[in-house]
Design a protein around this ligand. Structure first.
Ligand SMILES: [Zn+2]
Length: 431
């Protein structure tokens, strides 16, 4: 039996494309497009007045940071990016345990799904609960129904034992994970917290498993300064030499990469994950997104899972830089997240086409003016928001229906998170 989304407007930022047509779903995939419904018993969902679009992909996030919302400020105000890490995030991640990792993952995934985001590419850290942490996340994310790509950020900031345990967790998870909507890759924090020997070990494991490395790159100028001090090379060249920049590695931020670094990363088939709101919030600088070209994707760096808000801010920020930037360039960057994760799942994700994964969102958008494929990016930039998201499916399976999560008791989960968060904040004081 197929599920038929009947009589809606089917649209995609990839292309972009838009047509008024029905869409059939079978075995988790788009089985046909068109109003000629094949014979058989089908479940029909009336989608008239509804936009049917691929769910969004968040190409870089940190679910572990979700319970930080509303926490008391650090004991003194951070003056620069390294201090933001030391006074906030490296205290929070050390205070995490399995239960707060689980609740962070569920809370963040709930927010993402309710915003129409169907895939999260996460970068996890919990230095005092490393072993099995990716399984805790994988379990929670499968339970709520979201698609995810997980990794543990290997770093030397907690000593060589911490680095080895992080690398083991990545390797173990990639080898053992059999969850249908979850994949693993190799995670690394950033060049400025990694010794040469650790970079080499990361690259060996990535080579062995034939996977890319998900790493922060030149987010702040401190990463470039550190790399010059350590190696006499700028960050991208250090990572190329170490084998960490490799096909399908994800370089998050890239704010301070110069042209030569971008060229060498592009030649190595690295993805650049742009996190505009995070860059603004941390005051780290302006990413050279025009130079990233067709390898750029979009993430939130843990701010939330709302790709409407992220892409809209990225658009305005890019316009501030240059009026030559069109909305279509930012929506294309967002859509490329689907291309990136398609390779990881070995199926088409983020496109409306027969055979593609039915990761879809149903949007309420009473068109205020004519809407077509050409002006879709401009409607997206100026009018679309997560308020429009009514229902969401992953692999053809409803995960949000009429603005409510289908697979978990949201109220109960939120109550558990509200009770766990203040205890987590208290534990941060010990680190
Ligand atoms: Zn990040």
């Amino acid at each position: 039996m197929a599920l038929v989304l009947k009589g809606g407007t089917v649209a995609s930022l990839a292309g972009p494309r838009l047509e008024k047509t029905s869409l059939g779903i079978e075995d988790g995939r788009i089985a046909w497009l068109g109003d000629d419904v094949p014979p058989g018993e089908h479940e029909i969902v009336n989608c008239s007045g509804t936009l049917v679009m691929p769910g969004s992909v968040c190409a870089h996030t940190h679910l572990y940071s979700v319970l930080a919302r509303g926490m008391p400020p650090p004991r003194r105000r951070p003056r620069n990016f390294p201090e933001i890490l030391e006074l906030v995030w490296w205290r929070l991640d050390r205070a995490l345990d399995d239960e707060t990792i689980r609740l962070s993952a569920l809370s963040g995934a709930a927010d993402a799904l309710l915003s129409g985001t169907t895939t999260l590419v996460d970068h996890h850290a919990s230095p005092n609960a490393i072993a099995g942490s990716l399984d805790v996340m994988g379990e929670a994310l499968e339970e709520i129904g979201i698609r995810s790509v997980l990794c543990y950020e290997v770093t030397d900031r907690n000593g060589p034992g911490g680095a080895a345990a992080g690398l083991r967790e990545n390797e173990r998870f990639v080898r053992e994970n059999r969850r249908p909507r979850t994949r693993g890759m190799i995670g690394a924090h950033a060049s400025f917290t990694l010794e040469d020997a650790t970079l080499r070990s990361i690259s060996e494991v990535a080579d062995d498993l034939n996977l890319g490395v998900h790493i922060h790159v030149a987010e702040d100028v401190c990463d470039e300064d550190d790399s010059m001090r350590r190696s006499g090379m700028r960050t991208a060249f250090r990572l190329i030499k170490a084998g960490v920049f490799r096909p399908d590695s994800i370089a998050a931020h890239g704010v301070h990469l110069n042209e030569a670094e971008i060229d060498v990363a592009r030649a190595a088939n690295v993805w650049f994950a742009h996190n505009c709101r995070s860059n603004l919030n941390n005051g780290v600088g302006r990413a050279p997104i025009a130079k990233f070209g067709h390898r750029s994707v979009m993430g939130t760096d843990g701010i939330d899972g709302d790709m409407f808000a992220e892409s809209r801010t990225a658009f305005f920020r890019a316009r501030e830089e240059s009026l030559n930037c069109g909305a279509d360039e930012l929506t294309a960057m967002l859509a490329r997240g689907g291309e990136m994760v398609s390779q990881m799942f070995d199926r088409v994700i983020g496109r409306i086409e027969v055979g593609a994964a039915a990761d879809l969102m149903l949007l309420e958008y009473p068109e205020p003016t004519p809407l077509d494929a050409g002006n879709l990016p401009w409607h997206w930039a100026f009018a679309f928001s997560s308020r429009m998201v009514r229902s969401v499916m992953v692999d053809g399976d409803w995960v949000v229906r009429d603005r409510a999560l289908v697979k978990i008791d949201e109220e109960r989960m939120r109550a558990s998170a509200r009770s766990a968060a203040p205890k987590l904040w208290e534990r941060m004081g010990a680190f």
